[in-house]
Design a protein around this ligand. Sequence first.
Ligand code: MG
Length: 400
Amino acid sequence: MEESQKKRIVVLGSTGSIGLQTLDVVRQHPDKLQVVGLSVYGDVDTLLAQAHEFGVKNVAVGRYMMKDDARITGFDGRAECGSKAVAELAALPEADIIVNAVSGAAGMRSSYNALKAGKVLALANKESLVVAGELLMPMARASAASCGVSGAIVPIDSEHGAIYQCLIGEDMSKVSNLWLTASGGPFRGWKAEDLVRVTPEQALGHPTWNMGKKITIDSATLMNKGLEMIEASWLYDMPFTKIQVVIQPQSAVHSMVEYCDGSVKAHMGPTDMRIPIQYALSYPDRWSAPVEPMDFCKLGSIEFEEPDWDTFECLRAALYAGRRGGTLPCVMNAANEVAVTAFLNKSCGFMQIGECVTSIMEAHMQLGVQEVESIEQLEGLDNWARFNANTWLLSHQVKK
Ligand code: MG
């Protein structure tokens, strides 16, 4: 492929799990992909090593206080600091695809800027859609970069990438259900009385996928699957009545689409995030990948079971927020981010994550859920929810 035909990508959150694996994909396909921008929150050394390896001249660091750091001021290229600088990198003129692998609602502004600038958005940051789907999806569908069933957005999330592939060539009006599979996390089958004493170390031991800390805790509480229901409803314009969750402990089936004639298309493959990442970058093409192939003769059984909606309060809370819509998912998500951080710092119990989320959602509902109007409104409510979640956690502090 000619230099000019390479897809030029910006990787936001390049030192996180998805960011590192995205760069792995680029290493496999240097003839097809070129990195033109990188951002991190605070790990400047790794950022500079990546910029050197990939010859990147545009970098951004989320922490504003790094701006006077000699490593930043001495960078051979453009280096900016602060959350605004990260979001601006999402509109870098020479980029074709923006990989948004920022963790949490902090990535929302970058998704917005990328779509506004007419980029293809390879989206790992599901919180963007959970919080601001109402603003982002019309932009994605109207974009000149619109290229598939979700407009200009190509999902990196494994379930949504799987559904995306199952929907290609199909008539969306013939879909009867989207089936999101969930591994069930490390606490599948556990009950509330045992979950009370769970430690971050136990919760970080995900059985099948290797991911960042925030999403791994979300997988343990099943909040991740709740966020993914909301993400799927936006990406594929589906009502919640047509979005089902099923536990598939082996993570061999990455998700399924059921059609009106009873046919079900399932997406299978190894549990390696580099596959959905690469697909989002290669789409509509498919490139070879150095993965361990599936051996169906050795796979054994594939089980399916119903999720435990009673025990896993976060799953229930997220579905409630998604159905209610408006600004409720924004508040739900922010409270969850605060509670997950507190749990990782051992200042909140595992079961308190769901209690905190529900409590802040109730407070917001009493004040009045609003129609989504702007990014600024959502950022303001996100701050409100964080403040209130922190206050709630302080008054329910567990002893370390
Ligand atoms: Mg997922």
